[in-house]
Design a protein around this ligand. Structure first.
Ligand code: NAD
Length: 245
């Protein structure tokens, strides 16, 4: 990407897979010292998370990315699914951002990036718990950006659309589903983890020095295209993307 993170220390939660892994790889290859926090330190365990984040040293960048998601109709959403989704996606991010803020405030600098979702805004069916957590992240985003701005700490979010990772493997194995889903995406395809990592790393960098409180869609235009984009009249779906004939 051409950004230089030499001398910077970063933490990435959920950094062992998918978007988090692509982000840690990119930060590392851009010069940062990266601590990955994944399931060996559960983000829902505040004390363990605090210990791991303090052990990383004087951190400059924190990526609050760990997340889970399971589908269930509203009436089939169990207490267990609701509680576990909130614990990781909402309380886990709250824990991460709160600890990051405490560690960064005395140094009067830092950048935090939260992985939210297009589902922070959208009511995609069968994802009540997931959607509630991702909408809730915008509350953390806006409030933290407001409170931490005076300390020189920027807080931003990315809102990915459908990205090819282990979390979405089932989607990407279903061409009929993809054809229908990508009909509503101006760029005509799903995203790659590296494309989200590029946005996260930009927001974490000094190149985004006047950006805080922002939620950046990384969704191929999905949220701009309410009425759909592609049709068989002018295009065809080949393998995993729409192309003009
Ligand atoms: P992924 O499953 O590949 O990666 C998630 C990582 O989080 C895994 O390494 C997992 O071990 C870790 N994790 C889960 N629970 C944890 C916990 N309690 N403590 C610590 N680590 C934990 O999925 P991904 O697609 O890379 O998802 C990353 C983030 O991006 C999530 O917040 C997800 O909601 C969000 N997101 C993904 C998509 C998509 O289409 N893939 C779209 C929008 C948002």
């Amino acid at each position: 990407m051409g950004l230089d993170f030499s001398g910077k220390k970063a933490i990435v939660t959920g950094g062992a897979s998918g978007i988090g892994r692509a982000t840690s790889d990119l930060l590392r290859s851009s010069g940062a010292e990266v601590t990955v926090i994944d399931r060996e330190t559960d983000v829902t365990n505040r004390a363990a998370l605090e210990h791991a984040m303090e052990a990383a040293g004087e951190i400059d960048i924190v990526i609050a990315n760990a997340g889970i998601g399971s589908q269930a109709a509203l009436t089939e959403t169990t207490d267990e699914l609701w509680d576990s989704t909130l614990a990781v996606n909402l309380t886990g991010v709250f824990n991460t951002v709160r600890i990051a803020a405490r560690l960064m405030k005395p140094r009067r600098r830092g950048a935090i990036v939260i992985t939210a979702s297009t589902n922070s805004y959208d009511g995609e069916a069968n994802l009540t718990a997931y959607n509630a957590t991702k909408a809730g992240l915008l509350g953390i985003l806006h409030t933290a950006a407001n409170e931490l701005g005076p300390y020189g700490i920027r807080v931003n979010a990315v809102c990915p659309g459908l990205i090819r990772t282990p979390l979405t493997e089932a989607h990407f194995l279903n061409p009929e589903l993809l054809k229908d889903y990508f009909r509503h995406i101006p760029l005509g395809r799903g995203g790659e983890a590296s494309e989200v990592a590029n946005a996260i790393v930009f927001l974490a960098s000094d190149a985004a020095s006047y950006i805080t409180g922002a939620a950046l869609f990384v969704d191929g235009g999905q949220m701009a295209a309410k009425f759909g984009t592609w049709s068989e009249e002018s295009a065809e779906f080949v393998v995993d993307r729409w192309r003009l004939k």
